[in-house]
Design a protein around this ligand. Sequence first.
Ligand SMILES: C[S@@+](CC[C@H](N)C(=O)[O-])C[C@H]1O[C@@H](n2cnc3c(N)ncnc32)[C@H](O)[C@@H]1O
Length: 53
Amino acid sequence: MTDPLPAGGMDASWCRWVACFVASPARLLDKIAAVIRPGGVAIFHEYIEYDTL
Ligand SMILES: C[S@@+](CC[C@H](N)C(=O)[O-])C[C@H]1O[C@@H](n2cnc3c(N)ncnc32)[C@H](O)[C@@H]1O
């Protein structure tokens, strides 16, 4: 959450089971958005109901 992400211009990101742990999901979103190219895709895979595992 404090280190820079390694590169920009990504086509897509897949963030699985992280957003629910961080202190600021909004900051996480901002950081990911900053390294995805315009028109790229950010996928978030989170578990709200652990029974769905
Ligand atoms: C349940 S694991 C999921 C790991 C992996 N993404 C997966 O899908 O198997 C949660 C991950 O969130 C990371 N994490 C939690 N809080 C974090 C933070 N503040 N900054 C960076 N990573 C964090 C942990 O290090 C851990 O790797």
